[in-house]
Design a binder for this molecule. Structure first.
Ligand SMILES: Nc1ncnc2c1ncn2[C@@H]1O[C@H](COP(=O)(O)OP(=O)(O)OP(=O)(O)O)[C@@H](O)[C@H]1O
Length: 263
């Protein structure tokens, strides 16, 4: 692999639902260790783009290359095996398990032994699970049931679980939804640190502009399925077209102030 090759290279990506062109020819690249935020008003095509990269949706056209290999249209499990991880909420059924057991379950899944070895999860790679928990600052709470954790701590455990199969690219769909401002900045600061340490690319959608401007290396703005702008957080914040799109839509959806309010 050439050093110049991006981790993720998306080109000509398109997807329509009936008469709605949800994603209309999107191109972007993501480097190892980079935090790339995907933002845009409601209905801009963020989730559709995100789900095509993760394999939940099949593109109508376009290429999605991971370290040069086209993964467009592969099923989610095949894309996961290529090294694309995703944060998922801890399922209700696992909330009664301890923190370390949840991470052990993720390691079992990464080792593709989830079903055959289910009863022995407690023995499986416990030291590795504890090491992952140390990386997200949760080792001291390893023995607690997940159901007793504060919300921000659950998010850290989910991050440790997503790291269990050592993804090259991590997809995070609104990772800080429902979190208090200080908590969401802390979670994304941690994610950024891990991205750097592991040379792991992170693509995330986010409605909280404070998170985007504090922790994205680069920001991509979608509007009506097209890439309106991409650049550094500062460049995006100062971009008149971007400000207009958000003003035109009332404001950024969700908890965040509109970009124009943050200059
Ligand atoms: N399964 C679907 N069936 C029909 N239309 C869809 C479907 N998924 C998305 N769309 C449409 O495609 C467009 C883009 O939707 P998408 O969910 O990708 O936007 P988004 O930027 O993620 O929005 P939000 O911020 O509200 O989540 C919208 O017009 C939406 O109504």
């Amino acid at each position: 692999m050439s050093a110049a090759l991006p981790l993720l290279q998306v080109s000509g990506l398109r997807k329509a639902f009936g008469g709605v062109q949800a994603v209309d020819g999107v191109d972007f690249a993501l480097a190892p260790g980079e935090m790339l935020a995907l933002i845009g008003p409601n209905g801009a095509g963020k989730s559709t783009t995100f789900n095509m990269v993760g394999g939940q949706l099949r593109p109508d056209a376009g290429a999605i290359r991971l370290a040069g290999v086209d993964i467009a249209g592969l099923p989610p499990r095949a894309i996961w095996r290529q090294g694309v991880g995703r944060t998922f909420q801890i399922a209700e059924t696992f909330a009664s398990l301890t923190v370390v057991e949840n991470v052990q379950m993720a390691l079992l899944s990464a080792d593709r032994r989830l079903f055959s070895f289910w009863p022995r999860a407690q023995d499986h790679r416990r030291a590795d699970a504890l090491a992952l928990l140390a990386q997200v600052g949760m080792q001291a709470q390893a023995q607690r049931p997940c159901s007793t954790l504060a919300y921000g701590d659950v998010k850290r455990v989910e991050l440790a679980m997503a790291l269990a199969h050592a993804p090259r690219l991590l997809l995070m769909d609104e990772p800080t939804a429902g979190m208090a401002p200080a908590e969401r900045l802390a979670l994304m600061a941690l994610t950024r640190q891990l991205a750097r340490e592991r040379a792991m690319g992170v693509l995330f959608t986010e409605h909280s502009m404070d998170v985007v401007f504090a922790h994205a290396d680069r920001v991509m703005v979608l509007a009506r399925g097209r890439l309106l702008a991409q650049g550094t957080p500062q460049a995006i914040r100062d971009n008149a077209q971007v400000q207009q799109v958000y003003l035109g839509s009332g404001s950024m959806s969700g908890t965040a102030p509109a970009p124009v309010g943050m200059a």
